[in-house]
Write a protein that binds this ligand. Structure first.
Ligand code: PMP
Length: 423
């Protein structure tokens, strides 16, 4: 058996939950793709700093200076984590959804956006006010690149264009060929934004190596608490766009005009899109998580996760009623996110039973990727659905699926208990 490093200590690791069958069991959090538990190290860093926080960019006092330094240093830590280029901006947002909506508001006039129908709704929907081309689900990484190349070749080569793509699917966990898609985008004069919400917690993301123009991710999936996210990348479109929110912090100079109106000079830095008092603790927590993951070492983290993925996939392979959902096939490289259906079972009931009878927390539903899940279930991607839609009656075809997901804090025992429970 391969030796892998120990899981990183996370919050909630010792929480016990009651079982319907009686007694209590240690909670197995296997829903990292929704929100991962915060690293203990992140919590400790935040607790050490929290008593000293003050206003950011506004106060003359010592604690305000300290907070401003920590906030700006958090920006630098995130830039280092992502291998940003000179001149790139790191904007702190609320989440990946917020980051992609910010970019959507910053697109140049007539920008054409290309997005696969397989994306999470956060990457699928923010572009709807402009010109969007939705690309059909590819059945291999190669087909993804070919589909994009064909679509880009047909576009007006003179106008601006943006490709938005996920790095790792929140449904199948499969890795997308980001480097190749970026090369295709750039060959055709388009830019590319990487939705790294599921990639960044599991894999190193290097902006220069992947040659992507922007990266978006969320703190609460990267082992930091809720409420803060990142959009990092090229400064030009962000600088030329109007501010995302209008208010203090984004404005450098505000003057009254003779006609009674108000003139505003907006910042050109990341502050342009961070109006209002920023989430300094959230940014500090993200920076702490970035440092903790880097120090733990990606080679070890990736090897450990592969071992967990193997344990789950091999375990589920022994259950004939289980069908794992996959777009690119069994051999596709993937992170610790696995969705499946169980023949003869209602997915919602199955997930509820894992919780009530085994103390295992997974997710059921369409995972905010309705067209993708419908395609994977063999349904019509155009059919309307709702997140958390009611499951088909027993005996009918599944309308939703079960997702198990894990990461740097997951002990082997949790995935073994999961496999045993499914069996
Ligand atoms: N993109 C992907 C691939 C995701 O998995 C998620 C969250 N499930 C998001 C974007 C949105 O992240 P958030 O809810 O933090 O905005």
């Amino acid at each position: 058996a391969q030796t892998v490093c120990a899981p990183l200590p996370v919050l909630g690791g010792d929480v016990t939950v009651p079982l319907v069958t009686g007694g209590e069991v240690a909670y197995a959090a296997l829903d990292y793709a929704a929100s991962a538990p915060a690293l203990q190290r992140v919590w400790d860093d935040v607790a050490a700093y929290a008593p000293y926080y003050g206003s950011v960019h506004r106060g003359a006092g010592y604690l305000s200076q300290l907070s401003t330094d920590l906030f700006e240093n958090a920006r630098k830590a995130v830039a280092a984590f992502l291998g940003c280029r000179d001149g790139d901006q790191v904007v702190f947002t609320r989440s990946t959804t917020d980051s992609l909506n910010l970019l959507a508001r910053a697109l140049p006039a007539d920008c054409q956006v290309f997005v696969f129908e397989t994306e999470h709704h956060a990457s699928l929907l923010p572009w709807q006010d402009g010109k969007v081309t939705y690309l059909d689900a590819p059945r291999s990484p190669r087909q993804a690149v070919e589909t994009l190349e064909r679509a880009l070749a047909d576009r007006d080569p003179h106008g601006p264009a943006l490709v938005c793509v996920t790095g790792a699917s929140n449904v199948t966990g499969e890795l997308w060929p980001v480097r190749e898609l970026a090369a295709a985008a750039h060959t055709h004069g388009a830019r590319i934004v990487l939705d790294a919400a599921q990639l960044a917690p599991h894999h190193p993301v290097d902006v220069r190596d992947l040659d992507v123009d922007w990266v978006a991710f969320s703190g609460h999936k990267l082992y930091a608490p809720f409420g803060c996210g990142v959009l990092a990348g090229r400064a030009d479109w962000l600088r030329e766009a109007g501010p995302y929110l209008l208010g203090g912090g984004a404005s450098r100079r505000v003057t009254r005009r003779a006609d009674g109106g108000v003139d505003v000079e907006w910042h050109e830095s990341a502050a342009r899109h961070e109006a209002g008092s920023p989430n300094v603790i959230g940014a500090y927590a993200i920076a702490s998580a970035c440092k903790a993951l880097t120090e733990a070492g990606w080679d070890d983290l990736v090897a450990r996760e592969r071992h967990l993925v193997r344990t789950v996939r091999e375990g589920l392979a022994g259950v004939p009623e289980v069908r794992i959902l996959s777009l690119f096939g069994d051999d596709a490289p993937r992170v610790g996110v696995i969705s499946f259906v169980v023949e003869g079972w209602n997915s919602s009931h199955f997930a509820a039973a894992l919780s009530a009878e085994y103390g295992i927390g997974v997710r059921d539903g369409l995972f905010c990727a309705h067209p993708l899940v419908r395609t994977l279930l063999g349904g019509d991607p155009q059919t309307q659905g709702e997140c958390g839609a009611p499951e088909a009656a027993a005996g009918e075809k599944s309308l939703n699926a079960i997702r198990v997901s894990f990461g740097a804090g997951t002990p082997d025992e949790h995935v073994r208990r999961f496999v045993d429970a499914v069996r």
